[in-house]
Write a protein that binds this ligand. Structure first.
Ligand code: GMT
Length: 390
């Protein structure tokens, strides 16, 4: 039996897909017998119930009165080193380069005991923050000093190389969903609370930041609802929300758009949708499109970043150039008007999510990276061909 590892995980625990992926990965690794230590400022929101092999170490910031800005990064680095020493961690796996990869580098310097660090790049840590000249060299240093670096799409690898001139290996490790949670739910009763039987449901889920182009979501829906009876469900909160509410009111669509706010049970909610709208400006992966895919919901969106690696145009959704709301509305109408086509897309979505983005395969890939950086290649068991079918 493969040697079990002690793994520290740092991520943003309260928001975003990177925190979701890091937490789900920690839970799956714990199920496989590894010991997982989350080192974060609060309990990761997706952690859920008690898990035998999971521990949480809270990062507390020192807010001594001379500090104008309490130094969270230094507290995190110190906590990482402290936990790594006390728990004898083999690996420290950080998600999102800024500041986590930099802190991991500092912690490793403090320890100097052979602990290895793995950095997973998620998107805006490169596509936005690495554009900032004041951070560029720091991010490059952190990447070079990691024992292994992974990224969640080919497109993100390409952009990291281009923006930061990185020549060292970056491994592709796609995001995943837990197939025990993400599958088409029976929401026939719940659906009546949101739409009449003859109405289609379009859905958008995000953090309502400008990169998500939620205004395009409204424009697409405005066109679709003129042609077929439909409702738009908006899930999440963020800086653009007020602007979007005004736009909906100005267009007189307030009776057709429902705001659900932040929601925990995404699998249940997403199963209500006939299509997911994801017209983002930037999207290294688009975890929500995978969550939708696993629940049998096709995506209508942009071809930004890594979305085309996830959504197969013409099979599991339709992609258009960023900002082309006419094309996106036409594509939505095509799917929503043709039940046979929609059923075909639904089946293709479920199959692709299960086969290519299943939790067992991706967990195996991360484990293999850990064993490799520790020089324990012999512990890597062969991947069984039917790993995702069980
Ligand atoms: O920067 C963000 O948008 C947040 C970030 C996160 O922490 O969730 O999202 C990025 O990571 C996700 C998980 O890997 C990806 O699914 C998102 O596509 C990516 N966001 C962007 O690239 C804009």
């Amino acid at each position: 039996m493969a040697r079990k590892l002690k793994i520290g995980i740092t991520c943003y625990p309260t928001l975003g897909g990177s925190g979701v992926v890091a937490t789900e990965l920690g839970k799956l690794l714990a199920e496989k017998g590894h010991e997982i230590h989350f080192i974060t400022h609060s309990i990761p929101f997706r952690l859920g119930k008690f898990h035998k092999n999971i521990f949480f170490h809270e990062v507390e910031v020192n807010d001594y009165y001379v500090f104008r800005y309490p130094p969270y990064d230094l507290s995190l680095a110190s906590k990482m080193a402290q936990v790594a020493k006390m728990q004898n961690l083999d690996i420290l796996h950080v998600h999102y380069a800024v500041p986590h990869a930099v802190c991991a580098f500092l912690a490793k310097q403090m320890l100097n005991n052979g602990m290895k660090t793995v950095t997973t790049l998620h998107g805006t840590d490169i596509t936005v923050l690495a554009q900032d000249e004041s951070l560029k060299d720091l991010i490059r240093l952190a990447i070079h000093q990691s024992d292994a670096v992974t990224a969640v799409s080919q497109d993100l690898i390409r952009e990291t190389r281009q923006l930061l001139d990185i020549t060292t290996p970056i491994e592709l490790t796609y995001n995943f969903v837990d197939k025990r949670i993400y599958y088409p739910r029976d929401v026939s009763t719940l659906r009546n609370d949101y739409a009449a039987p003859n109405e289609k449901i379009l859905m958008h889920i995000s953090n309502f930041r400008p990169v998500k182009r939620v205004s395009d979501v409204v424009d697409i829906f405005a066109k679709v609802q003129k042609q077929i009876p439909s409702k738009l469900l908006l899930v999440g909160e963020g800086p653009e929300l007020t602007k979007i509410q005004c736009k909906i009111n100005n267009l007189g669509l307030e009776d057709k758009v429902l705001f659900l706010g932040k929601q925990e049970d995404v699998a249940q909610i997403i199963s209500l949708a006939d299509v997911l709208l994801l017209p983002s400006e930037k999207e290294s992966f688009g975890l929500v499109a995978l969550e939708a895919m696993a629940c049998g919901v096709p995506t209508i969106g942009s071809n930004a970043g890594g979305i085309p690696e996830l959504v197969t145009h013409g099979e599991t959704g339709f992609l258009s150039p960023i900002g082309d709301v006419d094309s996106m509305a036409d594509n939505a109408l095509l799917l929503l008007r043709d039940e046979n086509l929609h059923e075909k897309f639904k089946a293709a979505c479920i199959k692709r999510a299960q086969e290519d983005f299943c939790n067992d395969r991706i967990t195996y890939e991360y484990e293999s990276i850990y064993y490799k950086v520790l020089g324990l290649e012999s512990e890597i068991e062969p991947l069984s061909a039917d790993i995702c079918l069980s």
